[in-house]
Design a binder for this molecule. Structure first.
Ligand SMILES: C=C(C[SeH])C(=O)N1CCC[C@H]1C(=O)O
Ligand SMILES: [Zn+2]
Length: 598
């Protein structure tokens, strides 16, 4: 009978949960050993463990799918079976799974160990992305130096991955089809449990696009003022290497070139952090303090003893920041090559947001120890960072002079700095997976990989490669998440919902009142608000046990992604940009001819 089956099913799941947690621990340890010490031996051990895990998962999957779980009456039991009935890449035969893993590992190793030669000292060919290349992209204002660094990085990273990526796509799609998905893109989208998800994302992009175009036009005008008309022509896409970031995904590092009212205090506190002798440890402790001030959970001792928060001098590691859950309810770590910059201070909070989620749902069965959807996991830390980065909070922690005025001009300066990260990001996040959806569903063949990438970069971001590209290149591989095969639309989702989370926590903390101009949304700092923390914690503790609209309702009362929170946040800036672009006579948008790829 169904009842007996359900009783048997529950027993099976509770024993499976213990075995799966232990296997997850072994796999996490092997992955950590490789990511924190890139050697062929550690890569081999990681591959070996992934095959052991695959055998376990295949066996478990056979048992799980042997239950006739669709007619189960217990909704929670049914949800667990539905989530566990998708096997993933482990469905591949071992030989193909080995090739699949080797393709991704090769690309991640190429990305994490790539070196370029210095622009100023061509004999020095030991420059790595983190910290050397990142620092040049952040601080150089020399057009040719930026172009050299940009070009060399693309050649030494993505340029060496094309063959691996082609093989990866074939095997990933084969695995997706074995899991009854049309392709890898469809397999990825199951995470969002919505058949209108792609349409919803397109709708959100259409909502933010007019604002993005205004920001793009203003920034282009300011870049022209610095680099000259010939380098940054009107009505053309912006050269991709001038935005302060290797991928032009976040533009806050060129704030000094674009800030509307330069006389005002600088809201980029990087110099002040360095002047005050900030260390990575201090940055993490300050983040921990913010979380516990909200009554959220402190990190355990294992976190501080196990984490790597500075780039080691004696070995190669994967420097791209990451947070790790070792599945044993005790071990949680961050690996980050932390620099003393405001950008990295925000990233510290981003990663600590992942750790807080892990801590909040560690009591749940393994199958539910995930974000409500992947965007939720990316949004937690950023929602708190929106509070930390306010001039009010920065004054409170002594990074901004308490006497600096909080007037309209200071507000526009602050909102512009935030928009340089948050608004500039949307088209980048969108094309990261638009390009991959097109590749996975076959609309783009490998013969068109690179020029399709640049077509999307020009059409959505309005940026252009500073050097002519061709199909011999593979520029998508120059971005970590393509090399390491990490889905990206989660960040688009995060950048929408983090403003919904922030707004709700601000209202709960009494720090924002739509009817009180003295309490505008963008100045809200909910530091120490136990009520705001309690609501966030309650949502996090749900993990993925309920469909994500229910989790969102627990914190915000809404059950959908909604752009109005960030539109409200940035409203003063949007009005200012429209007027400013008119005053500057800067055309909005760019012409579509002249794609720099053939
Ligand atoms: C900091 C992380 C680790 Se989940 C990251 O990859 N982020 C955070 C913001 C967007 C994205 C990126 O760097 O591309
Ligand atoms: Zn993240």
């Amino acid at each position: 009978s169904v009842d007996q089956d359900e009783a048997l099913a529950k027993d099976f799941l509770s024993s499976h949960n213990l075995r799966a947690s232990d296997m997850c621990y072994q796999t996490s340890i092997a992955e950590w050993r490789y990511a924190s010490d890139i050697t062929s031996e550690n890569e081999r051990l990681k591959l070996e463990q992934s095959l052991v895990a695959a055998r376990f998962e295949k066996e478990a999957w056979k048992n799980i799918t042997s239950f006739n779980w669709e007619p189960f009456t217990d909704p929670d039991l049914k949800r667990k079976f539905r989530l566990l009935s998708v096997l993933g890449p482990s469905a591949l035969p071992e030989e193909k799974l080995t090739q699949y893993r080797k393709s991704v590992d090769a690309m991640e190793t190429i990305y994490s160990t790539a070196k370029i030669c210095s622009y100023t000292n061509p004999a020095d060919c030991g420059l790595s992305l983190d910290p050397d290349i990142t620092e040049t992209m952040r601080s150089s204002r020399n057009f040719d130096e930026l172009k050299h660094v940009w070009h060399q990085w693309h050649q030494q990273s993505g340029g060496k991955m094309r063959g691996h990526y082609e093989r990866f796509v074939e095997l990933s799609n084969e695995a997706a089809r074995m899991n009854n998905f049309s392709d890898t893109g469809a397999y990825w989208l199951r995470n969002y449990e919505s058949d209108t998800f792609k349409k919803d994302i397109e709708g959100l992009w259409q909502t933010v696009k007019p604002f993005y175009l205004q920001l793009h036009a203003y920034v282009r005008a300011k870049l022209r003022a610095h680099y000259g008309e010939d380098k940054v022509p009107k009505n053309q896409p912006i050269p991709a290497h001038l935005l302060g970031n290797m991928w032009a995904q976040a533009w806050a590092n060129i704030n000094d070139l674009v800030t509307p009212f330069p006389g005002k205090m600088s809201v980029d506190v990087t110099p002040e952090m360095q002047k005050q002798g900030y260390t990575p440890k201090k940055m993490f402790q300050m983040s921990e303090d913010f979380f516990t001030s909200l009554g959220l959970l402190p990190t355990p001792p294992e976190f501080w003893s196990g984490s790597i928060i500075e780039k080691p001098a004696d070995r190669e590691i994967v420097c791209h920041a990451s947070a790790w859950d070792f599945c044993n309810g005790k071990d949680f770590r961050i690996k980050q090559c932390t620099k003393i910059t405001m950008e990295d201070f925000i990233t510290v909070h981003h990663e600590m947001g992942h750790i807080q989620y892990f801590l909040q749902y560690k009591h749940l069965p393994l199958v539910y120890r995930e974000g409500a959807n992947s965007g939720f996991h990316e949004a937690v830390g950023d929602a708190l960072a929106l509070s930390v980065q306010t001039t009010k909070h920065l004054k409170e922690i002594g990074l901004l002079d308490k006497s600096s005025p909080q007037d309209h001009e200071a507000t526009i300066n602050y909102l512009l700095l935030t928009a340089l990260d948050k608004i500039a990001f949307f088209p980048f996040a969108y094309i990261m997976d638009k390009w991959r959806w097109d590749v996975f569903d076959g609309s783009i063949s490998s013969a068109d990989y690179n020029c399709h990438w640049w077509k999307l970069r020009e059409e959505y971001q309005g940026i252009r490669s500073p050097v002519t590209r061709a199909e011999v290149d593979f520029d998508p591989g120059a971005k970590y998440h393509i090399a390491a095969n990490v889905e990206y639309i989660r960040y688009f989702v995060s950048f929408v919902i983090q403003f919904q989370f922030y707004k709700s926590m601000c209202i709960t903390a009494g720090q924002y009142d739509p009817n009180n101009p003295a309490l505008p949304l963008h100045e809200c700092d909910f530091y120490r608000s136990k009520e705001a923390g309690a609501k966030l914690g309650a949502m996090l503790a749900m993990g993925s046990s309920r469909p994500w609209p229910e989790a969102m309702r627990a914190l915000t009362g809404q059950d959908r992604m909604d752009a109005s929170a960030f539109r409200e946040y940035f409203k003063p800036l949007e009005d200012w940009l429209i007027a400013k672009n008119k005053e500057l006579g800067e055309p909005i948008g760019w012409s579509s001819e002249g794609l720099n790829c053939q």
